[in-house]
Design a binder for this molecule. Structure first.
Ligand code: GLN
Length: 380
């Protein structure tokens, strides 16, 4: 008998729902990925890098030119300088960055605080290290953090906290007040902050992204995890990076070098050139806000209750006026009977709490969003 290290884990909801969506030829708004291509300029730059022969290992920490341009970007946007040599590492996806960060710091019985609903890769990584995920449920329709509960969850075993802003799956963002509160609570502790900021550029309605890098004391204890997949419409490239103060990055790299050694070389070369021009990522918020609004306008008159998301490319729809069935069974029925796929939120919640909410990805062409909205408006 093989003893599972993750006895409670099955196949991810994204894979399970994606498979069902495919089998039923459903409009797929489940797993988060754009159904349009990246900028041809970026694709050309990667093709050039392949032709020019950047096809062997990249440096373990990442291509220096890319780390330099990332350092400039973070400093310009968030006012914190990370040294490209010692404080930035290119990863084979943000998921790898998060896994590596957890592996580098969590030892058996360490507690790691996570907020639920939580993206699904945090807890298994903690568990594999022998750590204990301490889950705190976000509250209310706006999924706010109860900072008092957070404060009381902290004890001498607390090794790290994972935050995610903009937040997957809820589409909420942390405010400056939230970040200041977090900073005040963590002050005078040795707690590490793992800050999942993969949707940093997808923030709407005039709000700004409150990176942990903006807050001096938080920055000093944080590992920032970022994604090129979300920013450049290339989720299949699995490219990301982490930024952290030198003392943390030294430990991070000890693990990184034995997990992947280095990330994909030609893509790093291509992105290093492409990233010099900030126009694309600076216009991303506008681009996705327009998609959100297009989708939500098309849903007018539907029976779903909508509270517009503030960030990410996910919109939660509340179906409590339609049926009492569980979100998992409703999501499955929507695929089989109505040919539309979404992600049930309960799988990310504490004790799988079912609030009758589904997550829809609107990183899609208007044609796909129209098809989806027509189906959803017909569900009475
Ligand atoms: N980040 C994607 C989402 O939230 C999922 C990626 C994956 O399938 N692991 O939809």
């Amino acid at each position: 008998m093989i003893e599972s290290k993750l006895p409670h884990v099955g196949t991810t909801i994204f894979t399970a729902i994606g498979k069902l969506a495919k089998a039923h030829n459903a409009v797929n708004l489940s797993q988060g990925f754009p159904n349009f291509n990246a900028d041809p300029k970026l694709l050309g730059l990667v093709q050039d890098a392949i032709s020019e022969g950047y096809n062997q290992y990249a440096p373990m920490q990442g291509v220096y030119a890319l780390r330099e341009v990332i350092s400039e970007k973070i400093e310009k946007l968030y006012g914190h300088y990370y040294h490209p040599e010692s404080e930035i590492t290119i990863t084979a996806s943000a998921t790898q960055g998060i896994f590596t960060a957890i592996s580098a710091f969590i030892t058996p019985n360490d507690e790691v605080i996570v907020f639920k609903p939580a993206y699904d890769c945090y807890e298994p990584a903690i568990e594999l290290c022998g750590g204990v995920a301490v889950a705190i449920q976000l509250l209310g329709k706006d999924f706010r953090i109860d900072w008092e509960s957070f404060k009381s969850a902290i004890n001498e075993k607390t090794k790290a906290v994972i935050i995610n802003t903009p937040h997957n799956p809820t589409g909420t963002i942390l405010s400056k007040q939230d970040m200041l509160r977090l900073q005040a609570i963590l002050k005078d502790t040795d707690i590490i902050l793992i800050s999942d900021e993969v949707y940093e550029h997808l923030v709407f309605d005039g709000n700004t992204h409150e990176s942990a890098a903006k807050f001096k004391d938080l920055a000093s204890r944080s590992i920032l995890c970022a994604s090129f997949g979300k920013t450049f419409h290339v989720t299949g490239w699995k490219m990301g990076y982490c930024a952290a103060p030198k003392e943390l990055m030294v430990e991070f790299r000890k693990v990184h070098q034995y997990v992947v050694f280095c990330a994909n070389h030609p893509m790093q070369q291509g992105i290093a050139h492409y990233l010099k021009n900030p126009d694309h990522y600076l216009s991303l918020g506008r681009f996705y806000q327009q998609k959100r609004d297009y989708f939500l306008n098309a849903l007018e008159g539907s029976r779903f209750k909508i509270s517009p998301c503030s960030g990410t490319y996910f919109q939660i729809l509340d179906y409590s006026a339609i049926t009492h069935e569980s979100d998992l069974s409703f999501a499955q029925r929507l695929i089989k009977e109505h040919k539309i796929a979404s992600i049930p939120i309960s799988v990310f919640n504490l004790n799988n709490q079912d609030n009758k909410q589904l997550r829809f990805c609107f990183a899609k062409t208007e044609e796909t969003l129209d098809r989806a909205a027509t189906i959803l408006c017909g569900i009475r």
